[in-house]
Design a protein around this ligand. Structure first.
Ligand SMILES: CC(C)(COP(=O)(O)OP(=O)(O)OC[C@H]1O[C@@H](n2cnc3c(N)ncnc32)[C@H](O)[C@@H]1OP(=O)(O)O)[C@@H](O)C(=O)NCCC(=O)NCCS
Length: 157
């Protein structure tokens, strides 16, 4: 498994991984509600993915194996982790953990001292196990009521 910066030619496969991750793994969040799914999946398009690659203040990373994309993550230069989606075919193999480490490493390289994110219900235990703590009351995300603001100091590692 390799983690690298995303390329434009990754866009279609990466969007498929993100869409499957949301639809198949995040059922506790969207509860198969068609309107929530439509909003959540609506911005996971190749055009938006390519626009994200071109934003200099954004790092878009992919985890790959044998040229297949297994996970997609992104972090801004302000330390906000905005994407972290693993393929349902690659769940619980340590890939999200490795991708999260890579996002945090990139943030540190950009001078960030604290990473922030809004966890899904699905990933809450994962982020807690990786050092993130609650950072405010739950918020709505794409129409769900299960977005959990969390943060982690990067200065103690
Ligand atoms: C939960 C999720 C993020 C874990 O990522 P992963 O690549 O499958 O898992 P990893 O192997 O890197 O990490 C495993 C850890 O996840 C946690 N975990 C294990 N089972 C879990 C479960 N059923 N539900 C949630 N977390 C679980 C544990 O902390 C585990 O660590 P451990 O093996 O030391 O106990 C992923 O499976 C998932 O469902 N992603 C959906 C997309 C999503 O919600 N992304 C977050 C957007 S903010």
């Amino acid at each position: 498994m390799q983690i690298r910066d995303a390329k434009i030619e990754d866009a279609e496969a990466a969007c498929l991984v993100m869409s499957r991750s949301i639809a198949e793994l995040c059922v506790a969040d969207h509860k198969n509600d068609a309107a929530i799914l439509a909003r959540w999946l609506g911005n996971k398009t190749p055009e938006i993915f390519i626009a994200c690659i071109r934003q200099p203040e954004n790092s878009l990373l992919v985890a790959t194996e044998d040229d297949n994309i297994l996970a997609v993550g992104s972090v801004t230069d302000a330390g906000q982790i905005t994407l972290n989606y693993v393929s349902p075919d690659a769940r619980f193999r340590g890939i999200s953990r490795a991708l999260l480490r890579a996002l945090e490493t990139r943030a540190v390289e950009r001078g960030v001292k604290r990473c922030t994110l809004t966890s899904t219900e699905t990933a809450l235990r994962f982020y807690q196990a990786n050092g993130y703590a609650a950072d405010g009351p739950p918020v709505g995300n794409f129409g769900t009521s299960s977005g959990y603001p969390m943060s982690k100091s990067l200065t103690q590692e």
